[in-house]
Design a protein around this ligand. Structure first.
Ligand SMILES: Cc1cc2nc3c(=O)[nH]c(=O)nc-3n(C[C@H](O)[C@H](O)[C@H](O)COP(=O)(O)O)c2cc1C
Length: 344
């Protein structure tokens, strides 16, 4: 039996295998009301039927102005919670565990009426200049995170991932490249971590499921200007102490910049492995992991504990069944006998 397709138990979550659907915005909320649509039922339902261990529903905004676009999902009201609860129930019925990524886009909220950021600097010239968040804005958005996570809990999710990567609001606070604040939320690493810390501790108090956070471990900038790997490891240790159960390690998205690191299959794994050395909680890795043999190698070498699949599972809903063939894993069983007949 392969490690990839065998069960895994992590804090507050047991999964049938080590494969996770990475959160991916579908921009399918055409009514702009943040509510789950039939598209989401079909899209996530099909992936649940593929036997993926955990589905992470796309970045879901805590506030209307926290959406990347107005076609994003939201969780700032109870109608949205009811829509999510129906989706979670459908996916649970297909046997998968369900998580959701909770997010605020900050200065990358393209359609926001009043975009917010730690400092008043735009992502680039086609984005609006955000309002530097006042202490009242900070408290309001913190509460919005807590309320959205409470709604996700009431909707029945097994896992919540706080989006702390890709240049969205939480990562904007963490980075000295974007956070120019002079108050207790800016300056030192400890101060830049404060907003995230307060959210994590408050969410941990209301959510008993598995609480994850996604981080970008490089912004493709000079090591002296961006957070260094040692500083990210420090943040990882603080997150562990504050109640995070798993870290999902990605890169980039903070600045309008192309990657300056080599891009190859598994290119983000070294960042996951670096975080794994610093903490005692499980680490998820993501990015160009289409090859099942590479995924198995990463798990066997202990470089990461979970494998997230993004584009590979947009492209190929049968990724797990094909991985079982590639890994000669005869223990994998498809959703039902008819699907099993499709595995050659
Ligand atoms: C269409 C699309 C939407 C995405 N939306 C999100 C998102 O909502 N949240 C997030 O953290 N990452 C998002 N990502 C990044 C993916 O989760 C993943 O990290 C990235 O695609 C690399 O993994 P892959 O090579 O397996 O695709 C998105 C990627 C794609 C292609």
């Amino acid at each position: 039996m392969s490690k990839l397709l065998s069960p895994i138990q992590i804090p507050h979550l047991s999964l049938d295998n080590h494969v996770v659907l990475s959160p991916m915005c579908m921009y399918e909320v055409k009514k702009e009301d943040g509510i789950v649509t039939p598209f989401h039922h079909a899209h996530y339902g099909a992936r649940a039927l593929s036997k993926v261990g955990l589905v992470i529903i796309e970045a879901t905004a805590v506030d209307p102005d926290g959406r990347i676009t107005n076609q994003d999902l939201g969780l700032w009201n109870d109608m949205q919670k009811e829509g999510l609860a129906e989706l979670v129930s459908l996916l649970h019925g297909f046997g998968t565990k369900v998580g959701i990524q909770i997010s605020h886009a900050g200065r990358k909220a393209m359609d926001a009426q009043r975009p917010l950021g730690p400092s008043a600097e735009a992502f680039n010239e086609s984005y609006p200049v955000p309002h530097e968040m006042t202490l009242s804005d900070i408290n309001k958005i913190k509460q919005a995170f807590i309320d959205a996570c409470q709604r996700a809990d009431e909707a029945g999710v097994d896992m919540i991932e706080l989006h702390g990567a890709h240049g969205y609001l939480l990562s904007q606070f963490l980075s000295p490249l974007v956070n120019q604040r002079k108050d207790q939320y800016g300056g030192s690493l400890e101060n830049r971590y404060r907003f995230v810390k307060e959210i994590v501790i408050a969410v941990r108090a209301v959510f008993k499921g598995s609480l994850w956070m996604r981080l970008s471990l490089t912004d493709f900038e000079d090591e002296k200007r961006q957070n260094s790997i040692a500083e990210w490891q420090q943040i990882g240790q603080w997150l562990e102490a504050d109640g995070i159960d798993c870290l999902d390690i990605s890169t980039g998205g903070l600045l309008d910049k192309k990657p300056t690191i080599p891009i190859y299959d598994g290119y983000q794994v070294p960042f996951a492995a670096a975080m794994k050395q610093a903490v005692n909680i499980p680490i998820a890795t993501v990015g160009l992991l289409d090859n099942p043999t590479l995924c198995e190698h990463i798990l066997q070498m202990g470089e990461a504990d979970l494998i997230l699949q993004g584009r590979a599972m947009i492209n190929n809903v049968n990724w797990l069944a094909e991985a079982a063939v590639a890994l000669h894993d005869s223990t994998f069983t498809a959703y039902n006998g008819s699907y099993q007949r499709g595995i050659k």
